[in-house]
Ligand binder design. Structure first.
Ligand code: GLN
Length: 444
């Protein structure tokens, strides 16, 4: 029964040592009992799911792994949570993440890092590290993450699971606590593509409460056709640039070779603006973050550090409760948006964004999908990059261009490098999740 399954997961979570969850849901068993009463009604009836801690859950702590939201319990559910509940899913708990989704390793969480189940001395990737690690460790069959610049795909690659970033607008962001709203999407993580498609059938679709939500009917499970004959794959040289680990490169080329054996063809394509994508991404993401995080000032949510007036109170609260990385980004973003500098940084970045988008449109007009490594390297050691934020930012080279352009992309496990999982990234045309999921499904 759903009750037994849920109880078994909760027991496994209680014994866990990877620190994947920020909290478990004490109503989980009740939800499972309800699902049992409904006798399998709903697409996810009785299926347990773990939720990233930046997705609002009514009655259940939602902190973005930040001290500034300590004790915050949302009075409403995000759109995706409403949809999951309507289809009978059981919420297991909230998962650990980089503070406000800013990071690539889950090391900036106020709850401490999550350990990679493949090697507990290594990071699980980020920022949705908890969501990927709990699926990899068998502490949840499926989870939700969010992807602003790779935060679903990176941890999926590092933990050896499947992770999808849908087309911008395919999943409502209502109730997702914004980091950089023009870039991010909620996306599912699971051990197989079929589960990804099922979750998408539940959470995808129009929601009038998100003005960027697309009004399109899609059946994601229809895409699961085990046939890639005639599929045209584009391989951008730029995704195999400097710093790509040899083992990663080999695993990805082996995967492309397998597609050829299955009847697909591949050709090289050019994405000339890829080298500017990272700088544009960080300028835009930090600018949006500086504005989005202005609401956390000790007035409405979380703890307050008092002062003689509002200014002192707000700045004390923010200085005490935001971590180092969040403060760095708010400062840089404020600078990039300030009078006199806006044209030089923010507007320039927006222009580069358009060029990157055009690269995708051009490349994808001749081929069906693009393929390359999700991450340039396998999971790195905990602590290895904490003192060097730039080297952390650099590891996002292959994941941020897709968020700038809005196209859908999926990371699927494609082998090992030095005993650690490698992710193959498959990228598709705007709204064409069907083709990338078909490609990923055939590869499994
Ligand atoms: N690593 C990227 C960043 O720090 C992406 C994070 C994300 O997708 N939320 O911004």
């Amino acid at each position: 029964s759903a009750e037994e399954v849920t109880a078994a997961y909760l027991e496994t979570i209680a014994k866990s040592s990877i620190n994947g969850y920020t909290c478990t849901y004490d109503g989980a068993i009740e939800m499972a009992k309800e699902a049992d009463k409904g006798e399998g009604e709903g697409l996810l009836a009785g299926v347990p799911i773990a939720i990233k801690d930046n997705i609002s859950t009514k009655g259940l702590s939602t902190t973005c792994s930040s001290k500034i939201l300590e004790g915050y319990v949302p009075p409403y559910d995000a759109h995706v949570i409403e949809r999951l509940k309507a289809e009978g899913a059981v919420i297991l708990g909230k998962t650990n993440m980089d503070e406000f989704a800013m990071g690539t390793s889950t090391e900036s969480s106020c709850y401490g890092v999550t350990l990679n189940p493949w090697d507990t001395e290594r990071v699980p990737g980020g920022s949705s590290g908890g969501s990927a690690a709990v699926v990899a460790a068998g502490e949840a069959p499926i989870s939700l993450g969010s992807d602003t610049g790779g935060s679903v795909r990176c941890p999926a690659a590092f933990c050896g699971v499947v992770g999808l970033k849908p087309t911008y607008g395919a999943v409502s962001r209502f109730g997702l606590i914004s980091y950089a709203n023009s870039l991010e999407q909620i996306g599912p993580m699971a051990t197989c593509v079929e589960d990804i498609a099922t979750v998408m059938d539940v959470i995808g679709g129009h929601d009038p409460r998100d003005s960027t939500s697309i009004d399109r009917e899609v059946n994601y499970r229809d895409a699961l056709v085990d046939d890639v004959k005639g599929l045209k794959i584009g391989v951008p040289d730029e995704y195999f640039g400097e710093g790509v680990d040899e083992g990663v490169e080999k695993a990805v080329w082996d995967a492309i070779g397998k597609y050829e054996e299955m009847g697909a063809t591949w050709e090289k394509v050019s994405m000339p603006h890829t080298k500017y994508a990272l700088a544009a991404y960080y300028t835009i993401a930090m600018s949006e973050a500086s504005s989005n995080l202005a609401r956390f000032d000790g007035t409405r949510y979380g703890p307050r550090h008092d002062g003689e007036n509002w200014h002192v109170m707000a700045s004390r609260t923010r200085a005490e409760c935001f971590g180092k990385e969040v403060q760095r980004r708010v400062l840089l973003g404020t600078y990039a948006l300030s009078a006199g500098y806006q044209d030089k940084y923010y507007l320039k970045a927006l222009k580069v964004r358009t060029l990157v988008k055009q690269d995708f449109e051009k490349a994808l007009s001749n081929v069906d999908v693009l393929m390359g490594p999700t991450m340039p390297m396998p999971a790195f050691k905990i602590g290895e990059k904490v003192e060097d934020p730039l080297s952390l930012y650099l590891s996002d080279v292959n994941t941020v261009p897709m968020n700038l352009s809005g196209v859908p992309c999926i990371s699927v496990p494609c082998g090992l490098s030095d005993g650690l999982p490698v992710g193959l990234q498959i990228i598709g045309k705007q709204y064409d999740e069907a083709t990338i999921m078909r490609a990923a499904y055939a590869f499994e």
